[in-house]
Design a protein around this ligand. Structure first.
Ligand code: NAI
Length: 261
């Protein structure tokens, strides 16, 4: 495995305090990147089932245990002013931006009749609007570096069952990926999307043991994925090895979408 594909590159990972974003951020740290942990909180989430004992902030872990560097920048991706300030801090600190991983996301269970309009706005505000804001404010710097954007969708982007705001946002993220790729291709900025299946993170606290068994059974490789599995895909998509890949969605789902059992 190459371990220096991103040496000296600057990578923003939103929602990197916990879960998948933390796994992605660590993988970029291992590849020698300067990582910006852009999250509403620095404190890693502790789940009831996964990441039950995580305490070290992601930026601290990267700095201590990888060849990369890292800073935490308090960011609410649903607030355009906060995103613009985070982009500015990144450029002031590291001199530019090479990669943006739009990972921050929230999930609120419930169908159209249960959830409030406020919940709809909250979820779409983070999961879809936040993805757009981070891309929008980073684009001038990505054009300069001929960098890339990686959005995090979901298997719920192409199937129902995730609840209205989540499913709609994730489908939006996939087509936003294609649209940004169309706009930015001529300037050598690549835009891709990773659609994770079920991954071991604190977001899964809402699942019952029965749900976990069912989801595992429906995954062709019968396990939940690890944040690292998504991180491996992200370092590939951001690397020169993927230099002819854009507008693409890569499922990291253990075969969830290949075949429903
Ligand atoms: P998580 O709940 O473990 O972590 C989410 C992180 O995002 C947290 O650190 C949280 O503080 C941060 N965050 C929340 N709102 C934010 C905001 N407004 N601004 C900045 N940061 C914010 O969730 P997980 O599982 O790591 O999910 C990450 C992404 O992967 C999300 O977009 C989620 O929809 C997606 N995903 C997760 C799957 C899974 O099985 N875990 C499956 C498919 C997609």
């Amino acid at each position: 495995m190459q371990a220096d594909r991103h040496s000296g590159r600057t990578v923003i990972v939103t929602g990197a305090a916990s879960g998948i974003g933390r796994g992605v951020a660590l993988r970029f740290g291992e590849e020698g990147a300067n990582v910006v942990v852009a999250d509403v909180t620095r404190e890693p989430k502790r789940g009831e089932r996964y990441d039950t004992d995580v305490t070290t902030p992601t930026d601290e872990l990267i700095t201590a245990e990888t060849p990369g560097d890292a800073i935490y920048v308090e960011t609410d991706v649903s607030d355009p002013e906060s995103v613009a300030a985070m982009v500015e801090t990144t450029v002031d600190t590291y001199g530019g931006i090479d990669v943006v991983v739009n990972n921050a996301g929230i999930y609120v269970p419930g169908g159209a009749r249960e959830i409030s309009v406020e919940t709809w706005n909250d979820v779409t505000g983070v999961d879809l609007d936040g993805t757009f804001y981070c891309a929008k404010f980073a684009i001038p710097h990505l054009v300069e570096s001929e960098g890339s954007i990686i959005n995090v969708g979901s298997v719920n982007a192409s199937e129902g069952g995730g609840g209205p705001p989540y499913a709609a946002s994730k489908a939006g993220v996939v087509n936003l990926t294609r649209d940004l790729a169309t706009e930015l291709g001529a300037e050598n900025v690549r835009v891709n999307c990773i659609n994770p299946g079920f991954i071991e993170t604190p977001i899964q606290d809402y699942l019952t043991e029965e749900d976990v068994e069912k989801m595992t059974h429906q995954t062709l490789l019968p396990r939940f994925g690890l944040p690292r599995d998504v991180g491996d895909a992200a370092v590939f998509l951001a690397s020169d090895e993927a230099s002819f890949v854009t507008g693409e969605q890569l499922h990291v789902d253990g075969g969830w979408t290949a075949h429903r059992l």
